[in-house]
Ligand binder design. Sequence first.
Ligand SMILES: [Mg+2]
Length: 361
Amino acid sequence: MKLKTPFETSFAKTVDRHCVLVEVEEEGGEIGWGEIPVDDNPYYHYETVETSLYIVKEFLAPKLLEVDFSKPADFLNAVSKVRGYMMAKAGLEMALWDLVAKIKNKPLYALLGGVRTKIVSGVSIGIIGNMNSLLKSVSKFLDEGYRRIKIKIKHGWDIEPVKIIRKVFGDIPLHVDANAAYTLENIDIFQELDKYHLLMVEQPLHYEDLAEHAELQLKIKTPICLDESIKGIYDAKAAIKLGSCRIINIKPARVGGIEESMAVHDYALKHGIPVWIGGMLETGIGRGFQVALATLPNIKYPNDISASNRYYEEDVVEPPWTLNNDGTITVPQKPGIGVEVLEEKIEKYSKRTLEIKVSSV
Ligand SMILES: [Mg+2]
């Protein structure tokens, strides 16, 4: 799907969004949808469109027969022999959750124990590289109602944009996301950013380096939020025990789906670490799972869950996700993810379809 405008981070620029959509159909004809929000390259994450198709077909789908469909939480266990490939696993697991919620005739968020019917949205602004365009963009998103502004930063585009946003827009909820672009040698940049009272600084250092994040957190006041580093519950435990972060951004697809997201959420709650839900330019399908998870009790910051029109001219779901005037998104009350998936639109954008039949006969 073509993005309305290219989205640039410290490591890549996305013009067209690729992903794998998963449709599971049970014998009775009920259908569930999931999404594997991979890219066509391994720059943000090692999984790609091609690896996902391979892993799903060869190793994950054949395990579906071992899963009790009334408990999609069991899926991750059933595929635990496969190491990694959490996004591929998440896509299948989410489709099972959507399917089960529909069979039970319940909205997904209710099945997960969600506690709110509206979730708060923030917006993420890529590296624009031009101060005037940045200010225009911030102003437009604030007008639309977004409750928090996050800007992507990289070397040469960090302190200045923050300084000018604070000068023009005052004390708005603001945070920065470095996508692992810095090292401990850049500590002066983060100490300088401390002056601007940011809500958090997201993933400043290398995505594998929990130790150095702990060291950095000791030397700066702004809470560190880990994103890429948290690939599942074990990373969350290590990061919290080491003091590597004070906030966690849970990306449901990155950690392996709904069950693992809930495990990270619950562990963080127990240890007084607030969380929020992030995204990876998902279509309206993946967004449905983000919205459901954002209803959980320990979600304490605005989520990176924007309206469909933030990224896409047209979405593949009906109704598209929209932002209320107060910067919230209403949680659908229909069964499953609560939006209708438009198969004709998916066909229009599809480059390839892979059909896998799993049968006990
Ligand atoms: Mg991030």
